[in-house]
Design a binder for this molecule. Structure first.
Ligand code: NAP
Length: 333
């Protein structure tokens, strides 16, 4: 008999997540009620924000309740439907949770076209991470031709697109990433102008060499020492879209603020945090642009697909916080 294997939150993690923080078990297959459809999930998205979703503190969404299915973006195929707009065989992506079968009423779920891109890409570069790069860079960073855009976590789901979109807009793109392999990928395969290896031990000097005219836009994904090194190189009236602060997501101690905070004053910087859903009313524009650039070969996207089903979820999630992924991290079910 087919069962649904489900990951539920058992306890709130301290530091990195552990297998014991989750209950992973077989449950009866859910049957779609009136107005619902069932999705056979094929790919689960692993996102850095998941660590925040299972923390108790105030955030932009309520935390996942203890005992609830772990929240996640996912993509799959409708296998049963009592919904007028969805039929068996439709490919969909949305908030489906870490489980093999999910019910949906169509809220926060949309149809995708697997003939245009593989299913997993609709939870990556053509999904939420792509939209994040698009809005954070273009609405807040507002790069101008000839300006220098720096992005951290440059080889990842969001960062890889930020630099490529910056180049489409005529700016210079400089990445910051961990290790020579990632930096080579960012420059040689994604086409950034330069990439600095922050693990090489010489971040400040290498950043200076890579950005001889200073930095106009810093797309912030990580925080910590990298933010401080960038603040020291910002140009007058620079912009800093604050997208993420991944270096602090597993901290068990209070995280100190930036040492170079003064740069914000002296250089009249604009620093603005954002969540991709802030731009909900412009989603169609982002999807159209990302889809067109992707079809034209101007945006390269890479998924890092891991096996192991939902049982592998805790270990695979931790790869994000140790830099173990190269590209958009997804779990294949
Ligand atoms: N605001 C929003 O709406 C929104 C939406 C989506 C994502 N985000 C944020 O965007 C950022 C990137 O997310 P993503 O999905 O694209 O993940 P990703 O970049 O594909 O993966 C995370 C990467 O972060 C880097 N990293 C991890 N720990 C680090 C540390 N201590 N110091 C420096 N770098 C570290 C690692 O790359 P290296 O090996 O290069 O260190 C790792 O591969 C995250 O901060 C995430 O929270 C925000």
């Amino acid at each position: 008999m087919t069962m649904n294997r489900v990951v539920r939150l058992k306890s709130r993690p301290v530091g990195m997540v552990k297998r014991d923080d989750f209950e992973i078990a077989d449950e009866p297959l859910p049957e779609p009620g009136e107005g619902e459809f069932r999705v056979k999930v094929e790919y689960v998205s692993l996102d850095p924000a998941m660590r925040g979703w299972i923390s108790p503190g105030k955030s932009y969404v309520p935390p996942v309740e203890l005992g609830a299915v772990m929240r996640s973006f996912a993509a799959g195929i409708v296998d049963q439907s009592n919904h007028p707009d969805y039929k068996p065989g439709d490919a969909v992506a949305g908030m489906l949770g870490v489980q093999h079968y999910a019910l949906s009423k169509g809220e926060r779920c949309f149809k995708v076209d697997p003939s245009k891109a593989p299913l997993e890409r609709w939870i990556g570069g053509l999904g939420m991470p792509g939209q994040t790069a698009y809005f954070g860079l273009l609405e807040i960073g507002t790069p101008q031709p000839g300006e220098t855009v720096v992005v951290s976590a440059a080889s990842g789901a969001v960062g890889s697109l930020v630099g490529q979109i910056a180049r489409i807009k005529g700016a210079r793109a400089v990445g910051i990433a961990g290790g020579p392999e990632k930096c080579r990928y960012v420059v040689e395969e994604l086409g950034f102008d330069a990439c600095v290896d922050y693990k090489g031990g010489n971040l400040a000097e290498e950043l200076k060499a890579a950005c001889p005219d200073g930095i106009d836009v810093y797309f912030e994904n990580v925080g910590g020492e990298i933010l401080d090194a960038v603040l020291a190189r910002m140009n007058m009236f620079g912009r800093i879209p604050v997208c993420g602060l991944i270096s602090a997501y597993n901290s068990t101690e209070p995280v100190p603020g930036p040492v170079n905070f003064r740069s914000i004053l002296v250089n009249r910087l604009t620093v603005r945090g954002f969540i991709v859903f802030d731009f909900q009313d412009k989603m169609a524009e982002a999807n159209e642009k990302l889809g067109t650039w992707h079809a034209e070969g101007k945006l390269k996207m890479r998924e890092d697909v891991r096996e192991g089903g939902v049982d592998a979820f805790p270990d695979v999630l931790n790869l994000l916080y140790t830099g173990g992924n190269l590209g958009k991290l997804v779990l294949k079910l």
